[in-house]
Design a protein around this ligand. Structure first.
Ligand code: HEC
Length: 279
């Protein structure tokens, strides 16, 4: 009976302890998706293990009254780990010396403690060989370099997908695929105001040499993404990706000199592409 109460106290204690570490783990700031997924998996797993252990103990308390299935083996295991001597038998291991009433028991070093001690020594060897003999020991530098590598791979992927294109880096596309994608975007979103052939309607003509906001791909990228809200040209950056803006901008530039019917009169300044040195 005494054993059983002790056991249920220990189990409740462990349950709370394990559960509370999960709660702490959950509040830690996570920097990437992988870390937080891993934490959730670990939290759920520990919770399940703790829950199953708790169920076993609840079952044992009501069905295993003699304690044969759970409690005795558990107590035996705990005893093998501690090698502790019960209070009744303490006289047997009392040492002879006595300093002002302070006496000493000749307890064995608990096996769990020894396991931890020798385990730490073995771990230290493995660690040393792994990091300083096989590896070069520059743990932080290696981690840093790996992060840089991963970041470069991500950058490359983003660049390929067009997400990194900006007003500063945009270039004119001339390949057929990009121009036909640009045409599609134009027909769907822009033709209503700029005419199906870019001849101009509410918005300006794209087939002449005159531009209100500049005729370089960088100017055009800026006008499309930011818009000119006061004049009825909306900002498209929330609806079109940088890649799509580049495509439609390149398409607009390809319309120059196509001379469609019903052209709108020129607006703005005649655009002259600045030379390389900016003069
Ligand atoms: C609701 C009508 C409307 C729609 C739709 C529209 N625009 Fe415009 N756009 C305008 C107007 C009006 C102007 C002239 C702004 C000004 O006067 O400053 C303009 C100006 C521009 C300019 C600058 C022209 C210059 O001379 O500098 C570009 C480039 C442009 N639009 C591209 C687009 C693209 C690409 C789309 C589709 C994704 C689009 N526009 C959709 C009305 C529209």
């Amino acid at each position: 009976m005494k054993n059983k109460r002790k056991l249920s106290f220990i189990s409740t204690f462990w349950f709370l302890l394990i559960f509370s570490t999960n709660i702490f783990a959950g509040t830690e700031a996570t920097d990437d998706g992988y870390g937080s997924v891993l934490k959730v998996v670990i939290a759920i797993t520990t919770f399940l293990i703790a829950f199953v252990l708790w169920l076993v103990l609840v079952y044992a308390e009501s069905n295993d009254t003699k304690g044969e299935k759970v409690i005795t083996p558990f107590s035996k295991f705990i005893h093998s780990m501690t090698q502790s001597v019960s209070i009744q038998e303490e006289d047997d291991i009392m040492l002879d010396h006595n300093f002002d009433g302070i006496r000493e028991l000749d307890n064995k070093i608990p096996p769990w403690w020894n396991a931890l001690f020798y385990g730490a020594i073995v771990f230290a060897f493995v660690y040393m060989i792994d990091y300083h003999v096989i590896g070069d020991g520059n743990v932080q530098i290696n981690e840093y370099e790996q992060e840089i590598k991963a970041a470069n791979i991500r950058l490359e992927m983003l660049t390929k997908s067009g997400a990194m294109i900006s007003e500063e880096t945009v270039t004119v596309l001339t390949d057929v695929g990009a121009l036909s994608a640009g045409k599609e975007t134009f027909t769907k979103n822009c033709a209503a105001c700029h005419g199906f052939n870019g001849e101009g309607l509410v918005g300006p003509n794209f087939t002449d040499e005159y531009w209100i906001h500049g005729g370089s791909i960088k100017n055009i990228f800026h006008t499309i993404s930011e818009g000119v809200p006061a004049k009825g040209m909306i900002s498209w950056k929330s609806q079109l990706s940088p890649n799509q803006i580049q495509e439609v901008g390149s398409y607009i530039l390809s319309l120059k000199g196509t001379n469609p019917p019903n052209q709108k009169a020129a607006q703005g300044e005649k655009w002259v592409e600045p030379t390389e040195d900016g003069a």
